[in-house]
Write a protein that binds this ligand. Sequence first.
Ligand code: NAI
Length: 431
Amino acid sequence: RIADLVQEGIPLERWPGEFFRVENNIRRRGLLLGNPATDGAAVRRLLDAGAEAALAEVERSGLRGRGGAGFTTALKWRFCREAPGTDRYVVCNADEGEPGTFKDRVLLTDYTDLVIEGMTVCAGVIGARRGFLYLRGEYRYLLPHLESVLQRRRAEGLLGTRILGADGFDFDIEIHLGAGAYICGEESALIESLEGKRGVTRKRPPFPVTSGFDDQPTVVNNVETFLAAARVVQWGGYWLRGEGTDQSAGSKILSVSGDCARPGIYEYPFGTPVHQVLSDCGAENTQAVQISGAAGATLSPADFDRIIAFEDLPTAGSFMIFDHSRDLLDMVRNFAAFFAHESCGFCTPCRVGGALLRNLVEKVAAGQGSEYDLSEMRRIGTVMRRASYCGLGHTAPNHVVNTLDKFPLIYGRRLARASHTPSFDLDAALS
Ligand code: NAI
């Protein structure tokens, strides 16, 4: 066991697993990528040690949710395990819809067994008999592959009734295909969708751990979280603790795309600075990095020494690179249109705010904007962040507000060319 390797002082280089850069075949030491093999070892370990001991390993590991928010996984599992309910459910959030994010697609393709293994271990810990893999609609082509892995695991006794012969350990997984709505990546909208309803977020609390699918205790985790959890139970909590920072144990898998020589899937220990990723993937002359997708943060070169970690730059995994040949306003236009389209329409700040932002961005891009329009964009962004009903609306104006702060010239250039730029101070007018 890895815990023994730590105690015996075996250097990290000789631990199982290795960082493996999928696109360019440069091997580095890693935790998850490069080692998809599993033979049900985590499930066996769970059965040998018992649910409480397995959960203790997850606790020891410090594993935090890889969907972006970083909630402590062991706490989520414990809350669910201890919540009153008649049934319990495990849900894998594979609705990977964030622009620029494609790592779950790779994990579901090449590391399928480990993902299923993580769900099965979670079921054993919380006492669930039923699980769902909520698959992004655009990943429909993965269905035959996923179904065949589920089928094989049933034949191997790793899913179904009496898993590996253990009395009372019954668990199976069904795949639910999304229909293309970004909002269904939010866990409570995902649960609504699983229940056959329209994908609208629920008010939280109560969180799914106490009131999820069918109002029963439910764990919803990201694909990568289940993958890491399987290894934690198999190899012990110290294994994950050996990498990363105090607050962010382990590694993060990134989807690296945009202006670089080697786009692809990369795995890094938490604590890695942005400039390291840029240099490894062959990015040059970088103007900006959009981290954690359209809803995330826009980084300028002044941020490139910052680290990927929950305490500095949390990310769901997307890392989009823009060099100086790009007009960042094109990115803003694209994201503004995306959010206007993807608002579920339930609350006014997001529905109307998203459309207004898109219109104002288009107006500025067309050279017809004014300083007043820019101040309106900030004002609408603030309203959306404060008053929207859910996370989609809270984060939808990020790209506009971030670029107004960090790249004011992409707007200013347009205003200078505009034929009519009224100078109007809204705050003065209102006061
Ligand atoms: P959140 O912080 O509200 O919750 C995170 C997780 O912890 C959820 O599963 C929630 O149920 C659980 N949780 C939080 N407080 C809890 C409590 N007191 N008791 C029990 N469980 C609790 O974050 P949310 O709204 O679920 O997700 C927002 C995050 O998602 C953002 O940080 C963003 O980075 C990320 N995101 C990820 C995307 C992706 O494609 N993976 C897309 C867009 C945003």
